[in-house]
Design a protein around this ligand. Sequence first.
Ligand SMILES: NC(=O)c1ccc[n+]([C@@H]2O[C@H](COP(=O)([O-])OP(=O)(O)OC[C@H]3O[C@@H](n4cnc5c(N)ncnc54)[C@H](O)[C@@H]3O)[C@@H](O)[C@H]2O)c1
Length: 348
Amino acid sequence: MLKVGIIGLGGIARSHCDSIAHLDNVQVVAVADLFEEKRQEYMDKYDIPKGYQTHHELLKDDEIDAVAVVLGHQLHHQLTVDACNAGKHVLVEKPMALSLDQCDAMIEAAANNDVKLMVGLSQHFYPTSVKAKEILDSGELGPLITAIAYMSKNWNYAGRRPQYRSRYHGGGMWLTNGIHVVDRLSWVMASQAVSVSASIGTRAHYQAADDSATAFIRYKNGLAGTAIAVGYAEGAPTFECQVICANGTLRFSQHGEKFVKVGKGEEWRDVPFADTPTEMYNEWKAFAEAIEQNIEVPTHGEYARHIMDILFSAEKSSLTGREVMLGNGPGWQTQTSGSPTTIHHGWI
Ligand SMILES: NC(=O)c1ccc[n+]([C@@H]2O[C@H](COP(=O)([O-])OP(=O)(O)OC[C@H]3O[C@@H](n4cnc5c(N)ncnc54)[C@H](O)[C@@H]3O)[C@@H](O)[C@H]2O)c1
């Protein structure tokens, strides 16, 4: 049984607890949050025995094998390093951190303490994404040509917490949600990015962070894709990813509408997929499996660092009006895929 502590009980902690509740080999044994009423709410709802005020206290609990770092972006780095140094495996929410130096420190802390570090790049684990990737990797649509990934949705300014409206704290549409489109795009492009050209701005709201971005990303395999992330003030959402291959086309979406469609013979056909009981079910299943079997986690630190490199380089491109070349990149070269919930998930 993997015994887990959840740190930070804002909105998304609920999805983590709901997903863990569906797994027989994972159990939440403690939570930490600065607010007593939050701790009590979660302990009562999910029958969790222990509640701590801060992550420092939770990390001293020897019963805990792994933690989920589920709070503001500006805290991801320090809490992950602290958790690794306390000998806990870490699942940290996206975006990984606020700089590449911070990402490096997190990767190093995990390696030094021989613990797993996985970043919650949730797009990899949705049943629709898993099915889409399976179709692409089967080769039935032929070689990939290009892809476009969208996330345009209401920014919900009034309800959005202040730290997510401040770039200084790692907020804004690009780091908060653009990360999902860049991750999804890079995953389906099955390659590492080499350069990015982007236009990012604050166009529909008065805040110290962006709300819209369009990025053109070139990949090592010679192909290019487009990532669009907009938090509008009024409209209707699109979460779709469209992929064009030589012998067929593909569209998939997990939110708003939920579907996987393949285009052949000038027609779109719905493809069935095995749905999961909750959205984060596959994510927790894969994390627990990697720890249990001591294999590499999917969406590991190096992959997540690469996604952050694309995001930061896009910001630089937008400021300078030029295409920005990425650094040499991490050591891994290829992406295998298949379901992230099996031992065959390999290197993303
Ligand atoms: N994967 C996804 O699709 C997805 C969706 C939503 C949010 N997220 C991510 O999840 C993270 C959390 O977002 P949220 O909106 O749920 O969080 P939030 O910012 O609303 O809440 C954070 C909570 O952490 C607590 N906290 C702060 N410092 C603490 C400390 N040192 N010890 C213990 N508790 C502390 C606060 O009291 C607060 O209740 C963010 O990184 C966000 O981007 C991911």
